[in-house]
Write a protein that binds this ligand. Structure first.
Ligand code: IPE
Ligand code: IPE
Ligand code: MG
Length: 253
């Protein structure tokens, strides 16, 4: 039996609860093949589908996929419209896959600039899957971590002005309710493909204590085996959250 099959049978008790992936490298993957960038994005979608199936099999609690950043609006018009169409087709095509796998879907980001039809499809997908109890799949689309924090602060100020919240009640915990991803645990593990070693505005608040794994693999080449190996490495890491190792051992004992 291969080690990946073993992992399916025995979900690792130390596996992360919430994994986020910066799916990068589609354009370079296409260029290497002498194809247009959109060809790489299409391959990227197939890869995302594969990884969602793996996440379901290993009983991961939450998977967040970074599909389109706030900054990606500045790409050439043709690429942006190609991506929007691709997202739309993808949502349509994979609705039954998500239903059959008991996946709860959510989209996060600023929907104001998304095409109306895509916005509607994302909302439909959220509502159709809202009662599912398995993997929580979040698609970060038109999403930026800085924008998320700023719009949270705006809403906090409104609540403060309406005397819903007092200044001394503002804490790391209470501020969370002004952010996205509020029903989810913070990000345990962030993965970025394609060899870039930056976060590119992804989940800035929720990644405060994430393990971060950078891999050279371009997203369309990212295999399940590599994903399982990264999870394995994660499960062996000691997360200290600012504490010291000895005290963590004492508390465990
Ligand atoms: C990631 O791949 C997908 C999106 C940002 C939409 P890229 O399109 O950034 O691919 P590279 O980085 O140019 O190879
Ligand atoms: C980050 O990739 C955004 C997504 C993967 C959706 P980019 O390719 O846009 O990031 P930069 O420009 O390399 O930082
Ligand atoms: Mg890129």
């Amino acid at each position: 039996m291969s080690s990946s099959q073993e992992s399916y049978l025995n979900p690792n008790p130390n596996q992360p609860r919430h994994v986020g992936i910066i799916m990068d490298g589609n354009g370079r993957w296409a260029k290497l093949r002498g194809k247009r960038r959109i060809f790489g994005h299409e391959a990227g979608v197939l890869k995302a589908r594969e990884l969602v199936e793996t996440a379901v099999k290993i009983e991961l609690e939450a998977l967040t996929l970074y599909a389109f950043s706030s900054e990606n609006w500045s790409r050439p018009k043709k690429e942006v419209s190609g991506l929007m169409r691709l997202f739309e087709k993808t949502i349509e095509k994979y609705t039954s896959l998500l239903i059959n796998n008991n996946v709860r879907f959510k989209a996060v980001g600023d929907p104001s600039k998304l095409p109306r039809i895509l916005k509607r499809k994302l909302e439909q997908m959220e509502s159709i899957t809202s009662q599912n109890t398995g993997l929580i799949l979040t698609l970060a689309i038109a999403y930026g971590g800085q924008q998320e924090i700023v719009s949270g602060i705006k809403r906090l100020i409104e609540d403060h002005e309406s005397q819903i919240i007092d200044a001394n009640e503002i804490t790391v915990e209470s501020f969370k309710k002004y952010l996205l991803f509020q029903d989810l645990p913070d990000l345990d593990l962030m993965i970025r493909t394609s060899g870039e070693t930056r976060i590119s505005n992804f989940m800035l608040w929720q990644s405060a204590y994430s393990e971060i794994h950078f891999t050279e693999t371009l997203w369309p080449n990212f295999e399940e085996q590599e994903f399982l190996e990264i999870l394995q490495t994660y499960s062996q890491s000691e997360r200290r959250f600012g504490n010291v190792e000895e005290d963590i051992e004492l508390k465990k004992a």
